[in-house]
Write a protein that binds this ligand. Structure first.
Ligand SMILES: *Cc1c(COP(=O)(O)O)cnc(C)c1O
Length: 402
């Protein structure tokens, strides 16, 4: 692939190029930012921070929210407030962006990667149960990995691509073995599981407002929880653990993970448009589903009966059955027509960054990764651009049919 064809989220789109996903800035963003600049409330405190926290908490159905500088920082703090300690283990999805695994390492804990289910590509609760049954020992208080000897402290399911993990069986296991459940809903704000909002179901949930996410503040994140002590501790840890603001007395080593008032102002304007965004994304997904449904060699994304997706990313599997064209070849064909598409992330049990994780095998994640290709799905994608994308896909696959 020509690296110049990888468009950074939030970068201006060149003429005639169909980007994978770009932000949609059409609401009150400019007005709210101007308000910050006009009033001099530009930095890490201000009314927009609290307002944005309130709006996200409401959307997630949680009592409390703490804004952070990005989603990775939210995950780091979520692990700390949930009681994850150095040398603990955390069960996390293998098929995900790397951020949650890195956050586990920032907490000096260790990720154990769990395979995806083959239908919806999310953390498979049966694989979580299998890991606990076959590799762990429960003494009535502590769940311990028999091979590493470490304590298992939390489960971190990642709702990838806008679709939810099947959470109920994971929460039952967590209750049984006294584990914390930390939802990574970075990609899935607005998605639902059995009619509950993603991010607000576990003990703590995290969101990202990076340039390519459901909503963007340019960069930003948030954690939500119903636990008042955890929320207070999250605020404390994200603001340098300040005990006495006048005398600069700090009770422990904290972090400067605050989100600025300017960025929160953008977030407030973005979340006002969330329902419009969700409707647009649903329309895009439905158009792809209709146009690509009868094309051989492609598997469309499936929606579980218990899920209502936020359709963050539209991802297909390519190279099924007799199709001679693989996902990376289709990527090349699209790229020739100046259409940006992208594979999913390298499954993390294979990542050189987490080479020493000692995880069980994850064959489903590997198979999905080989075949997956995400297609352009910006909120502002026009029907004409989308038709161009599907025309190129159909032509590429049909021409190559044996
Ligand atoms: C984007 C993302 C994050 C973290 O986001 P940043 O805001 O970029 O730090 C975490 N988890 C998942 C699954 C993501 O997709």
């Amino acid at each position: 692939m020509n690296p110049s064809e990888i468009l950074a989220p939030g970068a201006p789109t060149p003429e005639g190029f169909v980007p994978l996903i770009v932000p949609e800035i059409r609401g009150n963003e400019w007005r709210y930012v101007k308000d910050c600049l006009d009033t001099n409330w530009v930095s890490s405190v201000g009314s927009y921070v609290e307002r944005f926290e309130g709006l996200v908490a409401e959307r997630a159905g949680s009592r409390f929210a703490v804004a952070t500088v990005n989603g990775t920082a939210a995950l780091h703090i979520a692990l700390l407030i949930a009681g994850v300690e150095p040398d603990d283990e955390v069960l996390v999805s293998s098929l995900t962006f790397i951020a949650p695994a890195n956050a586990i390492r920032y907490a000096n804990a260790w990720p154990i990667f769990i395979d995806a289910d083959p239908n919806y590509w999310q953390m498979d609760p049966a694989k979580v149960a299998e890991f606990i049954d076959f590799q762990c020992q429960w003494d009535g208080t502590i769940l311990r990995n028999r091979i590493s000897g470490r304590r298992v402290r939390a489960i971190l399911p990642v709702h990838i691509l806008g679709h939810s993990v099947d959470l109920d069986p994971i929460i039952s296991l967590a209750d049984k073995y006294r584990l914390a459940v930390i939802e990574d809903a970075s990609e899935s704000l607005g998605g639902r599981y059995r009619n509950r909002s993603l991010g607000g179901i576990g003990h703590v949930g995290c969101f990202s407002f990076n340039g390519n996410k459901r909503l963007t503040t340019g960069g930003g994140g948030m954690l939500v929880t119903n636990n008042p002590e955890w929320a207070t501790r999250a605020k404390y840890l994200t603001t340098q653990a300040k005990d006495d603001p006048l005398e600069y007395i700090h009770g422990e080593i904290g972090y400067n993970y605050r989100l600025t008032n300017i960025l929160s102002a953008i977030g407030c304007a973005q979340i006002e448009q969330l329902d419009t965004f969700l409707a647009a994304k649903l329309r895009i997904a439905e158009r792809y589903n209709t146009t690509l449904s009868s094309i051989p060699g492609i598997i469309l994304p499936q929606l579980a009966a218990w899920a209502s997706s936020s359709h963050w990313m539209y991802t297909i599997l390519v190279g099924e059955g007799r199709s001679p064209l693989g996902s990376r070849e289709l990527l090349q064909m699209l790229s020739k027509h100046r259409i940006q598409s992208r594979p999913l992330w390298q499954p993390l049990h294979l990542s050189p960054a987490h080479a020493d994780s000692g995880s069980p095998p994850c064959p489903n994640a590997e198979a999905i990764h080989r075949k997956a290709l995400s297609l352009p799905c910006s909120v502002g994608l026009t029907a004409a651009s989308q038709a161009f994308v599907t025309d190129v896909i159909i032509e590429s696959l049909m021409k190559r049919q044996p």
